[in-house]
Design a protein around this ligand. Structure first.
Ligand code: HEC
Length: 123
């Protein structure tokens, strides 16, 4: 093995070790699945009484989106009124850790690219 090859293998190992550290830097609560970041304990105690934390971790949104979900739960699902401090901590946690995602769905096909519909076939 050439020294250059050995050196690059060593560099790669170092890079992978560093990357692994970054990945594990985001700690997850084993019970709720929530990211352990600022405000997570408030979210866990307020938001996992009725449903699993997964309901939160599978969702995404900016502050306005999360606020509208909280309002919807308050108006229709029995979520209690939150103090303005509680709400601010919760909304900050949700919008920072589960932010808006850009849509990953492709746009629909234009009509000219759709296959012919056999039900409309003429004779
Ligand atoms: C009083 C009960 C209750 C509490 C407390 C509660 N939720 Fe919910 N939440 C519900 C119910 C019921 C649903 C609908 C569940 C379903 O569709 O199966 C729901 C659904 C959701 C959804 C999915 C909404 C959608 O678009 O489908 C999200 C996100 C959510 N909750 C987040 C939260 C957050 C964040 C908190 C804390 C601020 C919270 N919930 C606290 C009752 C609650």
């Amino acid at each position: 093995m050439t020294p250059v090859w050995q050196l690059s293998r060593c560099a790669l190992t170092l890079l992978l070790l560093t990357a692994a550290r970054f990945v594990s830097a985001q700690e997850i609560d084993g019970e709720s699945g929530l990211i352990k970041a600022e405000g997570w304990t408030v979210v866990k105690s307020t938001c996992t009484a009725c449903h699993a934390g997964m309901m939160i971790t599978q969702n995404a949104g900016n502050l306005a989106v999360w606020k509208s979900r909280i309002r919807w739960m308050q108006e229709t699902q029995g979520l209690r009124t939150l103090s303005s401090d509680e709400e601010a901590v919760i909304l900050n946690y949700l919008s920072v850790n589960y932010p808006q995602k850009t849509s990953s769905r492709r746009a629909g096909l234009p009509a000219r690219l759709l296959p012919a519909n056999p039900a409309e076939a003429s004779d």
